[in-house]
Design a binder for this molecule. Structure first.
Ligand code: GLY
Length: 349
């Protein structure tokens, strides 16, 4: 019997830069001017760059959680194929998290992978989804259940996008910012509480600090655990309950808002099961309330709600895995949580 060892030590350095600044994206977009550059852009921001992108190589995407599907993937793959994109092609993704996740998945799979660049246009995608290489779609009602890890070549973050976001879209991202404080850095959480008026007013200095700080947290986590074998899973704090909220509300409750409520309820669950201290619940509740987030959720359809929780990637046959904050500024993974306990927490039976 012969034996051959397939040595897969990384042959390619996937490191990349996150460039953070203001007022530079139009020049960046103009710079992607080779025939192998293709654009996938959220319809909401298309008008900003329509004059400087080659019309025949632009895919306009109606970014909506209901479009985060394999049908959208097939449509973008078709666009690349018709445009004769080859393996040296590059897909420039301009938009929020949905555009980045779907487009990243397309880039990662087209011809077994072409380069892609993220230009996030929402706070949520700047501080979370554009960095770290999680790409994918929702499948059969389960959130982000089909996808691959694939790192972008570069992330360009322009703060100017934040000035024109709706309040709802801006707050959607603030929830993920609060998450970093709760699982990594109690001082940062306190900073967000103390400076809530300036954060809500989108003060330039605060935005710079906040986005850079979150990207540094994210970069450090991804460096340590790119494929979410351990530490990276702490970023799922609030997300197990959040995915159930999003699905049960048919995505009327946006991701960040669901994460906010999920962080509070997961902490409450953890305190009730002696997995977290009461001060952690007090802290997350105080900060979330200061930003006006809901701390409760009324389930519409129990089957859909608990079904979404068990279909979650973080669940296995032994039960749910919850990322919790046992103390403010620290995170911990708790495995094998029985769905019966969680059901009882929500329904009292
Ligand atoms: N959004 C969590 C992560 O990128 O791991």
């Amino acid at each position: 019997m012969g034996r051959v060892f397939v040595d897969l030590k990384k042959q390619v350095d996937d490191s990349y830069e996150i460039t953070i600044g203001s007022g530079f994206i139009a020049d960046t977009v103009k710079g992607f001017n080779s025939g192998s550059d293709f654009f996938m852009i959220d319809d909401n921001v298309f008008h900003l760059y329509s004059d400087i992108m080659p019309a025949e190589r632009v895919y306009r995407f109606r970014a909506d959680e209901h479009n985060k599907t394999h049908e959208s993937v097939v449509a973008v793959l078709g666009f690349l194929f018709r445009g004769e994109c080859r393996r040296d092609g590059r897909l420039i993704l301009i938009g929020g998290g949905i555009t980045g996740d779907v487009g990243g998945f397309v880039a990662a799979t087209y011809m077994r992978g072409i380069s892609f660049v993220q230009i996030p246009t929402t706070l949520l995608s700047m501080v979370d989804s554009s960095v770290g290489g999680k790409t994918g779609i929702n499948f059969r009602g389960a959130k982000n259940n089909v996808g691959v890890f694939a790192q972008p070549k570069h992330v360009y973050i322009d703060m100017d996008f934040l000035k024109t976001l709706t309040d709802e879209e801006y707050l959607n991202g603030v929830a993920e910012v609060i998450k970093y404080g709760m699982v990594y850095d109690a001082d940062f959480l306190e900073y967000l509480y103390e400076n809530r008026d300036r954060v809500l007013a989108r003060d330039t200095e605060i935005l710079d600090y906040m986005v850079t700080r979150c990207c540094s947290f994210k970069a450090a986590v991804v460096r340590a655990d790119e494929k979410e074998q351990g530490e990276r899973a702490l970023l799922n704090f609030g997300h197990t309950f959040a995915h159930a909220i999003e699905t049960d509300s048919d995505h009327r409750i946006k991701h960040g808002f669901a994460v906010a409520t999920g962080m509070y309820l997961e902490t409450d669950y953890a305190v009730k099961h002696k997995l977290a201290e009461a001060k952690a619940l007090e802290d997350i509740g105080r900060v979330l309330k200061a930003y006006g987030f809901d701390l409760t959720y009324d389930i519409h359809d129990k089957e859909v709600f608990f079904g979404a929780m068990t279909a979650d990637k973080k669940a296995d046959r032994k039960g749910l895995t919850l990322a919790i904050a046992p103390k403010t500024g620290t995170g911990k993974l708790v495995k094998n949580i029985s769905i019966a306990n969680v059901t009882e927490y929500f329904t009292g039976s």
